[in-house]
Write a protein that binds this ligand. Structure first.
Ligand code: HEM
Length: 490
């Protein structure tokens, strides 16, 4: 009876191929224990578009550039929403942030605010001094640790966190301290956990009547984390409100000031509440800190694994910049090999295996298949960027393949490479993240000899990730840094 029902359904509707689902659990039996790897191997079997059932919910996996184009360009307006998952409810202020917001007036308004108040060319320029100062701070900190084995990622996360804090909330709020709850390390670890929890596969999302059991403990962790972050945001907002109250003719200095000012505007289509302010701050913490730090770490890791690539990059830097100054943002267009390393890094090590879930708001037909309203879509950017039909030697780190190409191949109009997504939901922090990644990588290679930590051999440098949705390196990178520019530059 079951297979007949399924067969009839498939006849009535032209659905993408995929394994037959079980009642209640759908195909969860095939993927629940190692979702990422299981989905990848099912894609190999069923092809570039596959239908799975997560519980009773249809989930389509798109694993080729053409299928990505179908969802992110041809049918973008239909698939630009998000499913209502626990991560959005418990870590996205009940979908009042941007990343988990369904397509609608709140999300449209939020994106406009981001574009105008954070990522416009004018704003990006006005924040340049922050990026310069924090970069100086990073290189002098690294210089002071020269000769010692350090965990590079710790320094990179601290650096991206400081830039974001100063742009968003003007201050760092957290100080260098041994006290766990007031150190920047504390905020960093909360933000790292936030990113991970936003990528988990939570069974209760797909079998809602089981959600109260919180079988994997993720919802409990989300709630506990959100409570801690909420306390921090309350403190920041209260402090900003006090600043506004104390100053006559107050001039907004950062995004929180701007949002508080907008909250007083009765004519906005969607009222900006305190929770919406928190959600929007949280998006930038969630999206901007670890993503960029991870990408810089991956790039350095690959150059350590392939010393000839580091040498070639240094030769370019010596020729274009010389040995008497640091690289500045205006130099970036003169450094094609650095850009090639960046592009190859984001090809092999995207932030996540799949883009954040997309979700359809009405019935549609995609590539000849019927897609009912409420279909969730996972775009498999990891497989697309390693597709042997598009890429020669797809698993090798070969920056040369990008020589002669501009970094805008990363912007999503070429569906063979989608590290930032494409279409309406494309990453709004793209140009900021990319700028920080390019300039930091260039300066680290220019100003330091980076060597592997004691006892680590080149062949031991691991390029594997942890196998979770967010592609974090399996083994943290331990390095020794040696300054190479004149001492007064550090
Ligand atoms: C190398 C750095 C970064 C990478 C690789 C990256 C990647 C991504 C990806 C793949 C998405 C999902 C797109 C989709 O759903 O189709 C995304 C969304 C997003 N990113 Fe980024 N990102 C980076 C940096 C940043 C930065 C610096 C910020 C903010 C400061 C940011 C904020 C966001 C937000 C808010 C979203 C959700 C957009 C929405 O749902 O409308 N990201 N990012």
């Amino acid at each position: 009876i079951i297979s007949k029902t399924i067969f009839n359904q498939k006849l009535e509707k032209h659905l993408p191929p995929g394994p037959n689902p079980w009642p209640i659990i759908g195909n969860l039996n095939l993927i629940a224990f190692d979702p990422r790897r299981s989905i990848q191997s099912l894609c190999e079997k069923y092809g570039d578009i596959m239908l799975l059932k997560f519980g009773k919910f249809p989930v389509v996996i798109a694993s080729s550039s053409e299928m990505a184009r179908q969802f992110l360009k041809v049918n973008d307006a239909i698939f630009a929403s998000r499913p209502a998952l626990a991560a959005g409810k418990f870590t996205g202020y009940d979908y009042k942030n941007m990343a988990w917001a369904p397509h609608g007036p709140h999300w449209i308004q939020a994106r406009k605010i981001y574009h105008m108040e954070v990522f416009s060319d004018k704003k990006m320029e006005s924040f340049e001094h922050i990026r310069v100062e924090e970069r100086r701070d990073l290189v002098s900190r690294l210089c002071s640790l020269s000769g010692k084995t350090i965990m590079l990622k710790d320094h990179l996360s601290k650096y991206t966190l400081s830039i974001i804090c100063r742009m968003l909330i003007s201050k760092k709020y957290f100080v260098e301290s041994e006290h766990e709850n007031s150190s920047s390390k504390h905020l960093e670890s909360m933000v790292g956990e936030l990113l991970d929890l936003n990528g988990v596969f939570n069974i209760g999302d797909w079998i809602p009547w089981l959600s109260f059991l919180d079988l994997q403990g993720y919802v409990g962790r989300m709630k506990a984390l959100q409570k801690k972050l909420d306390k921090f945001y309350d403190y920041v907002i209260d402090d900003h409100e006090a600043g506004r109250a104390a100053e006559k003719d107050f001039n907004p200095k950062d995004l929180v000031d701007v949002l508080l000012q907008m909250a007083e505007n009765p004519n906005l289509e969607v009222k900006i509440t305190r929770d919406r302010i928190k959600g929007l701050i949280q998006d930038i913490f969630n999206g901007g800190i670890d993503s960029t730090a991870n990408a810089i770490e991956w790039a350095i890791r690959e150059t350590l694994k392939h010393p000839h690539i580091a040498e070639k990059a240094k030769a370019e830097l010596d020729k274009v910049i010389g040995r008497k100054r640091w690289v500045e943002e205006k130099d970036l267009t003169q450094l094609p090999y650095i850009d090639a390393i960046v592009m190859e890094t984001l090809r092999l090590h995207p932030l996540a295996t799949f883009l954040t879930y997309h979700y359809s708001i009405k019935d549609s037909k995609v590539a000849g298949y019927d897609m009912p309203k409420g279909t969730t879509v996972l775009i498999n950017i990891w497989s697309i960027a390693r597709d042997p039909k598009t890429w020669d030697s797809p698993n090798e780190f070969l920056p040369e393949r990008f020589l002669g190409k501009e970094v805008d191949v990363l912007f999503g109009s070429n569906f063979t490479l989608l590290p930032f997504g494409s279409g309406r939901r494309r990453c709004p922090g793209l140009s900021f993240g990319l700028k920080v990644l390019r300039i930091t990588l260039a300066n680290l290679l220019h100003g330091f000899n980076l060597k592997l930590g004691e006892g680590i051999r080149v062949k031991d440098v691991c390029s594997e990730d942890m196998g979770t949705a967010v592609t974090r390196p399996k083994v943290p990178l331990a390095v020794v840094v040696e300054p190479t520019l004149p001492h007064d530059l550090y």
